[in-house]
Design a binder for this molecule. Sequence first.
Ligand code: CTP
Ligand code: MG
Length: 224
Amino acid sequence: MNLFSAVIPAAGSGRRMGKGFNKLLLPLGGVTLLECTLRLFAGCPWIKEVFLVVQESDRLEIEAIAAPYGVRLVQGGNTRQDSVSRGLEQVETPFVLVHDGARPLVSPEKILEVAEAARRNEAAILAIPIKDTVTRVSEGLITGTIPREGLWAAQTPQAFRTVLLREAIRKAAQELFEGTDEASLVERLGHRIAVVEGSERNLKVTTPMDLLIAEHIMNQRGAR
Ligand code: CTP
Ligand code: MG
């Protein structure tokens, strides 16, 4: 169909993982975390091109991991938003999927579902209803509890008409707004964004505990 490309930001430093190097280079399921993510997208025949955004210091190592998957490497930026923006510059298809390198467990079905929702709505994301009560804390004290009703946690992939995401990123940069995902930028344009229910399995590997959980999910899948 050649309507979609994917941008995979992988240029972070993994500070919260605490290993002193990019967490995407940690082992998961016998390969690297990054390879788990890459092979999912490389395995979608309907995605025309995959742009993997990397830091210069990881380039050689990541080149070796990415070579078999035919993805293109793009130089990353200082923030996730900047990295996505640089990847987006290379995109030539009318639609684009953005997916965190750090989410190695998304299913091919969900990638397709969010892409189809973006074709209908111009913008769509995966998200799941939150389970915890979220509260605002300042200096060790609660300053406001947010009613859980209607609160969802945004995931990736997030899918957009390419020109819409470009416009959203341009406006955010102009107004010095830094978001933690693309949907928050597109929403600032006043555009509607469809939500496709994601899965708890599609966790973002952020801390050592997340890595343990991801490993467990991988092993379960292998056993099935
Ligand atoms: N990312 C990126 N460029 C940056 C920062 C992050 O491409 N300047 C990528 C990460 O590699 C990751 C995704 O964006 O795949 C989501 O970011 P996050 O989970 O926060 O990863 P890190 O920034 O590496 O982790 P931390 O915030 O703990 O340092
Ligand atoms: Mg980060």
